[in-house]
Design a protein around this ligand. Structure first.
Ligand code: IPT
Length: 989
């Protein structure tokens, strides 16, 4: 067992600001000294429960904020100090989210001069005081004062006695305080500095949020209680046997009743077990008993290996359907309650997420207990990032400077020791974006020694010198394919290259989920399924870090960088998650769920469906399948489908029942769904895991009317009448349909650029949005060339172009009528040499604002774009126009519905407008224009007008992932080319 070493034991009376650390040429105050801590106990394994007493110190503490760390006055730590004029502050919490100072968001730049290890004089410093009584019956004796997380540096006193100080914000620290405790009125005093040498190691892309943001607890440590324990539980897939050995200081016994085991600590036993996997998270309840304590354990047997170029668990290749998870809550920042953690995991499991990278620091320890229980593969990352040194060509990078190595090792130890007993944690990650250096190698060496059972991950070193997997971020599809074939660009050093080429590959970040997107997920998944070396990845990222804020009028919105007056910030780059800040799933999460579904349901032999089991471990016996036969969204028949309990990797053709009889002419299809057969801890029975649709019968359009339609004629007030339509004789624009006023339709090619259209500033330009604005697509003008009345048609010829540009789109609108319907055929011919794709190609209409509900047959229920369309299923859908919008934190194009055969926009009495496609179109409806959407910075900038704007699009440009990754794949670009499309309009009553 690890014993307190020199570094950890620390002096009893810690150095302080007045008596800085000596030995260095220029003595540094403790908060600037790169050394990690003083006075702390060595780190140990965390556990949620035991029979030893503990006490939470959460609640309302007293608080005072000073603008600088230089104030040397520590009298506040005295128990008799009068804090009457201080404020109350909720602990755990961040003071900047409680009305003291403000949060700051930067991506890679340090929000202070890069002058390591120094910090600016402006160093907000929060003094905290908390008085508490011990609960009745608390026995005297050793006790640990434990901090689960304090950003970024804390100095601690109990009852006026200084116990030490520490850095390492997302890591636990403990002090022995038993000798200082008294039954009544203990006074804990904590001084927290926002900036410290530790801040140089914590340059993660997130808000800087100082404070005591995780629990503070007091742990009674009876004589003979557990100082530390290490559960080793492996599984041999060839024999089906698990081996358990628990190391413990002091020695004791371990019992696993279910396995009939009663072992001395240190002794191992090998017995038949059901192994733990993320798909089948089998845990065995056990108990560890030492002379002074009983600790319940939950043991999961599994073995992680890198062998034959693959990462395996229990002998099988695993495929990560992962996300990067930051801890975030829109109100409380990183002070996350247990409900938010559980919510995250339930949402993940319900969306087929099977892996989490704890970007970029150890999460709250309780989160990992939940991962063990619910089943997630976890890549646990250390609290380490020095990204901002990249801007100085990594000069002075702490990870390559021996003065910082003790701090790096301390971080590695605190993570590994705390979390070593979780079966869900299958890999340790050294940190994120630190460049390369000796300090990283020292961390890796220590981790390998201490825990040889888990492979190591780190992305920032292309040579993979310290890692067991080849990991990359944002590599494009083509490169991933080359890596999959082990044909990547060679490293300069042949030995390193040969070694890396043998390693399994994963994308620790890909598919940047900023705003609308990410696009191209299906194509990545195909690569992961094609190349066994490509073992999946982790979408960047799980949640938008938008902080709840109010406008002066009291409306709430989610704030991003710059909304708190920061002098340096990175805008909405902090909002790039699959769920919105309030954990409402974005369309990106629905897309991810569909793309990674562990059962593939697709067309098979005639009258059969092909079912593939893409699980790595589970057979299909936990799922129940159902079929339905639908004609234009009407379910004509449905029933259970018997699918054999296919083994992982297996597939089968399953016969479908005979087609039910139905009305002819309507499009029909089969929908086959895989549902949970029984309740699970993460979803109830009938939860849908996967689905697929198969065409059954095409739509047969009604016969073309034999006689020609009505002739256009001139009406009153400069109108041309054709069937139900009345057109402006000068502009040729439709003004009334069946007497109902409307605006348009007119050609429209603009969309409010998405974050991916804008692209990250470092992406090679010109990026799509920039090109579009250059060409003037956001300010197109329409010139009507001719309005021609034919025998049974009205033809309007126009040129659509922007000021200063010679490029144009010639758009002809050819109208005809049939009974109560108007038929519009739009032909578009580009003029000039277009340098860029179009955002969209379609028409836009302004309609009466009382058309509040949309009902359509086509893709839904959520939004879709050409490269984010997997989750759209064909059906009959209905929702209020407002619900068609996705409230991305920074407003941008959203809400398109794909594959629409027809849509009706209706008032509450059911009357309204119907549009049919020949055969399909995209529709988007919203109560503001694309221009208003484009101008808005926050959701509260958008106010509904008196019109509903309806876009009927022939095509859309893809979404891609250019906000921090590859752009739109060529097949999804909306290239400028001649086009023709047809829409049929009529009113419904
Ligand atoms: C990458 C970071 O690792 C991650 O923390 C986040 O910033 C992400 O990008 C973008 O949102 S680093 C990037 C420069 C490739």
């Amino acid at each position: 067992m690890p014993l307190p070493d020199a570094e950890h034991a620390g002096p009893r009376s810690a150095p302080d600001a007045e008596h800085p650390v000596s030995g260095s040429p220029h003595p540094l105050p403790y908060y600037e000294d790169p050394s990690p801590s003083s006075g702390c106990r060595p780190p140990r394994a965390w556990y949620a429960r035991s029979d030893a007493r503990r006490m939470s110190l959460h609640g309302a503490w007293r608080f005072r904020l000073s603008p600088t760390a230089r104030g040397a006055d520590t009298t506040f730590a005295r128990p008799d100090f009068d804090d009457a004029d201080w404020d109350d502050l909720r602990v755990p919490g961040h003071w900047v989210l409680a009305g003291h100072g403000a949060p700051v968001y930067t991506n890679t730049r340090y929000p202070f001069p890069v002058d390591p290890p120094h910090l600016p004089d402006e160093n907000p410093t929060g003094d905290h005081r908390h008085a508490f009584d011990l609960p009745a019956g608390w026995e005297p004796g050793p006790a640990l004062l434990r901090f689960e997380g304090v950003e970024s540096c804390a100095r601690v006193w109990l009852n006026g006695q200084e116990v030490g100080h520490f850095k390492g914000s997302r890591l636990p620290h403990e002090f022995e305080v038993g000798h200082l405790l008294r039954a009544r009125r203990n006074v804990l005093a904590v001084r927290v500095h926002q900036w410290s040498s530790g801040s140089y190691l914590e340059d993660q892309d997130q808000w800087w949020l100082p404070g005591v943001f995780r629990e503070v607890t007091l742990h009674h440590r009876p004589a003979g209680s557990v100082a530390d324990h290490f559960v080793h539980a492996s599984y041999d897939h060839r024999t089906g046997l698990g081996t358990l050995r628990v190391e413990c200081d002091p020695a004791g016994r371990v019992t696993v009743a279910e396995l009939g085991l009663d072992l001395a600590t240190g002794q191992s036993a090998t017995v038949p077990v059901t192994p733990w996997t993320a798909e089948t998270p089998r845990l065995y309840d056990a108990e560890l008993r030492t002379p002074g304590e009983r600790v319940p354990l939950r043991v999961g047997f599994r073995t992680v290996r890198v062998q034959d170029g693959l990462l395996t668990v229990n002998g099988r290749r695993v495929l990560f359907r992962g996300v990067n998870r930051h801890e975030f809550d829109p109100r409380y920042g990183r002070a996350l309650g247990p409900e938010a953690m559980r919510r995250d995991l339930l949402l993940m499991k319900r969306h087929n997420v099977n892996a989490v990278r704890t970007s970029h620091y150890p999460p709250h320890p309780a989160f990992l207990d939940l991962c063990d229980e619910l089943g997630l593969w976890v890549v646990e990352e250390c609290d380490l990032e020095t990204h901002g040194f990249g801007q100085q060509e990594w000069r002075g990078n702490p990870v390559d400077d021996d003065a910082w190595t003790p701090a790096l090792l301390d971080r590695a130890r605190r993570m590994v020791e705390r979390d070593k007993n979780h079966p869900s944690v299958i890999m340790w990650s050294l940190g994120n974006e630190c460049g390369t250096g000796r300090g990283l190698s020292a961390m890796a060496a220590w981790m390998r020694e201490r825990d040889p059972s888990r492979p190591l991950h780190y992305e920032g070193d292309p040579s993979c010198a310290d890692t067991d997997v080849y990991s990359r971020m944002y590599a494009d599809h083509a490169e991933v394919a080359r890596i999959g074939r082990r044909e990547e660009e060679p490293l300069a050093d042949p030995a390193a290259d040969a070694r890396r080429r043998q390693l399994p590959f994963l994308l620790c970040e890909y598919a940047h989920a900023m705003g609308n997107g990410p696009g191209g997920l299906s194509e990545y998944q195909r690569l992961f399924e094609t190349y066994e070396r490509c073992q999946g990845g982790f979408v960047w990222e799980w949640i938008d870090h938008g902080l709840r804020k109010r406008t002066p009028y009291g409306e709430t919105f989610f704030a991003y960088g710059g909304d708190f007056g920061e002098e340096l910030h990175d805008g909405n780059f902090v909002c790039d998650g699959l769920v919105l800040p309030d954990r409402v799933p974005s369309p990106g999460l629905a897309e991810f769920k569909k793309v990674v579904e562990p059962v593939r349901i697709g067309a098979g032999l005639p009258r059969a469906v092909r079912i593939g089991n893409l699980h790595d471990f589970a057979d299909l016996s936990h799922l129940a399948f159902r079929w339905s036969y639908e004609a234009e969204g009407d379910v004509l028949a449905e029933g259970p489908l018997t699918v054999p309990p296919l083994a992982p990797g297996a597939s089968a053709e399953v016969a479908l029942p005979p087609k039910p009889a139905g009305r002819r002419g309507r499009e029909a299809l089969w929908t086959v769904r895989a549902l949970l057969a029984a309740d699970t801890p993460w979803a109830a029975a009938d939860h849908e895991v996967a689905w697929g649709q198969l065409p059954a019968a095409p739509a047969t359009p009604p016969p073309v009317p034999r006689s020609a339609g009505p002739r256009p004629r001139h009406g009153e007030g400069n109108l041309i009448l054709l069937g139900p339509g009345a057109f402006d004789a000068t502009t040729g624009v439709l003004r009334y349909l069946d007497g109902v006023q409307l605006e348009g339709p007119r050609l429209d090619v603009w969309r409010a650029p998405t974050d991916n259209d804008e692209g990250a500033p470092w992406q090679p330009g010109p990026r799509p949005a920039e090109q579009w604005r250059r060409v003037g697509l956001h300010r197109m003008r329409h010139r009507v060339a001719t309005v021609e009345c034919g025998r049974d048609t009205l033809t309007v010829r126009t040129r659509v172009a922007s000021a200063g540009s010679g490029l144009a789109l010639d758009a002809d609108y050819r109208w005809s009528a049939d009974g109560g319907r108007l038929r519009l055929e739009v032909s578009v011919r580009p003029y000039g040499d277009w340098p860029c794709p179009l955002p969209r190609l379609g028409v836009r209409m302004g309609l009466c604002g009382s058309l509040m509900t949309a009902r359509w047959y086509g893709g839904g229920p959520g939004e879709a774009y050409p490269d984010t369309r997997a989750a759209a299923r064909t059906g009959l859908w209905s929702m209020p126009v407002d619900a068609l919008q996705t409230p991305y934190v920074r407003p941008q194009e959203n809400g398109a519905r794909i594959g629409t055969r027809w849509v009706e926009l209706a008032r509450s009495d059911g009357s309204g407008l119907r549009v049919e496609g020949e055969p399909e179109f995209w529709f988007t409806a919203r109560r503001w224009t694309s221009e208003q959407l484009d101008a808005a910075r926050h959701t509260t900038d958008l106010t509904p007008g008196d019109r509903v704007w309806l876009h009927l699009d022939h095509a859309q440009h893809g979404i891609g992932s250019l906000s921090c990754g590859p752009g739109v794949l060529p097949e999804y670009a909306l290239t400028v080319a001649p086009a023709r499309f047809v829409l049929v309009l009529r009113t419904v009553r």
